[in-house]
Design a protein around this ligand. Structure first.
Ligand SMILES: [Zn+2]
Length: 435
C-alpha cells in the first residue's frame, strides 16, 4: 500500500467532526498527518463519508457467541448469571479446534461490521485436552483474528479455581492455567505467535473468584515488570463478592487496592457492584473500568454507580458474551442504564455521546496500550466510515452527528471499516457509491 491522503467529507478530531480535513496515511498503515491536503498530492476522495476512529472493544470472549439463541430461555422463570454460566459450560465442553475457529472467526467478522477494528480478547478457554494442558486453543484465536483481519490484543487469562478454595470441575478444566510457571510459559508462546504490529498481548487473571489472592498479586507484579496490560473481572455479581468476603473478610475491590500496585496498566471489567467511592479511588489510581452494557443487561448483572462518581472517569467498552454485537447500541445502553437507574439524564457529561464515543475509541486504546482510537499522527489508520447519505442521518448536522450516531442509529450507517489504512466494505451505501 502506497502513501496517500484520504479526503472524507467529515473527520473526527478532538471530539468533533471537522469539514475538509485530509488524513495522510503512510505505507505502513499509520496516520502521518492530519490537515489541509497539499496540491498535487495523491488523494482518495471519500465524498459523503464521515470518518471516526475505529472502535476498540476491550472485552470479548469470542466463543460465547455460540450461546446466541441458546442461553435465553428460563423454564422456571428463575434465570440468573449462574444459570447462564451452566449453559456456557455446556458450550465449552462441546468445542473442538475446528468449531472454535468457526465461531471466533464469525464473531470477529461481525465485530468489524459493527465498526470494531481492535479487540481485547479475554482468552481463558485454552485447552482442547484439559488433561494435557495443551493450550491448543490459543493459536485458534490468533488464526480467527487473522481470518477476519481485526487488530488483536490477546489477553492471556489465568484461571485456577472454581471459587475461593474450590477446585476446577467439568468444563472449567479447559480454562486451567496450570501453575504460574506454566501460565507464563503459555504467555511467552503467545508472544512468539504474534506479529507485534497488528497483534499484541496482555495478561488477564480471570477474577478473585477464579484466582488465589496471592497468585493474583504476584501475577500483577510480574506483568508490571514486563510492561504488560492487566485485565480482570471485578464485582460483577453479589454472590461472588459475598464468597470473597466470607473467605478473606474483604470485597474483591478492597483486596485489589490492598494487594496491588494499581495503575494505568490495569482495566477492571464490570465493577457492577463496586461502591461509588471505591470506583472513584480506582480512577484516581489511573485504572480503567471496562463496561459491557449489553451483556450486563442480558445477564441481569445490575448497573454500576458511575453516575455517583465525579468527572474523572476512565472508561472503556466491551462486548463480552457477544450475544449482540453493536458498539453503537452498547454506547447507547451505557448512558441509558444510568438514566434508568437515576431517573435523570446526561450523568456522564454535558454531552454524554462524546463521553461514550471517547470510551469506545481513546479509552479502549489506552486500556489495551495500542496506538489507536484517535485520528492523529502516530496512530494506526483504523477507521469507521459512516455513510452520511443514509436515510437514518437525513436532516442531521455535523454538529449533531455524534448524538445522532449514539442515540439514533444502528450499524446500518457503518458501511466500511479500515484497519491499517485498508478499507473493507460491510454493506452497500444508500447512495450506491463505494469507499
Ligand atoms: Zn467477561
Amino acid at each position: 500500500m502506497s502513501e496517500r491522503w484520504l479526503a472524507p467529507e467529515l473527520t473526527w478530531r478532538d471530539g468533533a467532526f471537522e469539514r475538509l480535513l485530509g488524513v495522510r496515511v503512510d505505507a505502513r498503515g499509520r496516520i502521518a498527518e492530519v490537515g489541509p491536503i497539499p496540491a498535487g498530492a495523491t488523494r482518495e476522495a471519500l465524498p459523503g463519508v464521515a470518518l471516526l476512529p475505529g472502535f476498540v472493544d476491550v472485552h470479548s470472549h469470542a466463543f460465547q457467541r455460540g450461546l446466541r439463541g441458546r442461553g435465553d430461555d428460563f423454564p422456571e422463570g428463575a434465570g440468573s448469571f449462574w444459570t447462564w454460566r451452566e449453559a456456557m459450560y455446556g458450550l465449552v465442553e462441546s468445542l473442538d479446534e475446528r468449531r472454535l475457529l468457526a465461531l471466533a472467526t464469525a464473531t470477529f467478522r461481525e465485530m468489524r461490521a459493527a465498526g470494531i477494528t481492535a479487540i481485547g480478547e479475554f482468552h481463558y478457554l485454552h485447552h482442547a485436552d484439559p488433561a494435557a494442558l495443551d493450550f491448543a486453543f490459543d493459536a485458534v484465536i490468533v488464526e480467527a483474528a487473522r481470518a477476519a483481519g481485526i487488530r488483536l490484543v490477546l489477553l492471556q487469562s489465568y484461571y485456577r479455581a472454581g471459587g475461593p478454595g474450590r477446585p476446577l470441575e467439568g468444563g472449567q478444566r479447559r480454562f486451567d492455567g496450570g501453575s504460574p510457571e506454566r501460565f507464563w510459559r503459555s504467555v511467552e508462546a503467545v508472544e512468539a505467535m504474534l506479529d507485534g504490529e497488528r497483534e499484541s498481548f496482555g495478561v488477564a487473571p480471570h477474577s478473585y473468584r477464579a484466582v488465589d489472592r496471592g497468585e493474583l498479586a504476584a501475577l500483577h507484579a510480574e506483568a508490571l515488570r514486563r510492561g504488560l496490560v492487566v485485565h480482570l473481572h471485578l464485582e460483577e455479581q453479589v454472590k461472588e463478592i459475598d464468597e470473597l468476603v466470607a473467605a478473606h473478610g474483604r470485597t474483591p475491590s478492597e483486596l485489589l487496592l490492598e494487594d496491588l500496585d494499581l495503575g494505568a496498566e490495569t482495566t477492571l471489567i464490570h465493577c457492577t457492584h463496586t461502591p461509588a467511592a471505591r470506583l472513584a479511588e480506582l480512577f484516581r489510581h489511573g485504572a480503567t473500568v471496562g463496561l459491557c452494557p449489553l451483556t450486563e443487561g442480558n445477564l441481569g448483572d445490575g448497573i454500576p454507580a458511575l453516575r455517583e462518581t465525579d468527572g474523572h472517569r476512565r472508561l472503556a467498552l466491551g462486548s463480552d458474551s457477544n450475544l449482540r454485537l453493536s458498539m453503537l447500541e452498547n454506547l447507547r445502553w451505557l448512558e441509558y442504564g444510568q438514566r434508568l437507574a437515576s431517573e435523570r439524564r446526561g450523568l456522564l457529561g454535558e454531552r454524554p455521546a462524546l463521553a461514550a464515543l471517547a470510551a469506545a475509541t481513546e479509552g479502549g486504546a489506552r486500556s489495551l496500550a495500542i496506538p489507536a482510537g484517535a485520528i492523529a499522527p502516530g496512530h494506526w489508520a483504523d477507521f469507521v466510515a459512516i455513510d452520511l447519505g443514509h436515510p437514518a442521518l437525513a436532516q442531521v448536522t455535523a454538529a449533531g452527528l455524534p448524538e445522532a450516531l449514539v442515540f439514533g442509529c444502528g450499524d446500518e450507517v457503518i458501511f466500511a471499516t479500515a484497519i491499517g489504512g485498508r478499507f473493507e466494505e460491510h454493506r452497500p451505501r444508500a447512495s450506491g457509491r463505494g469507499a
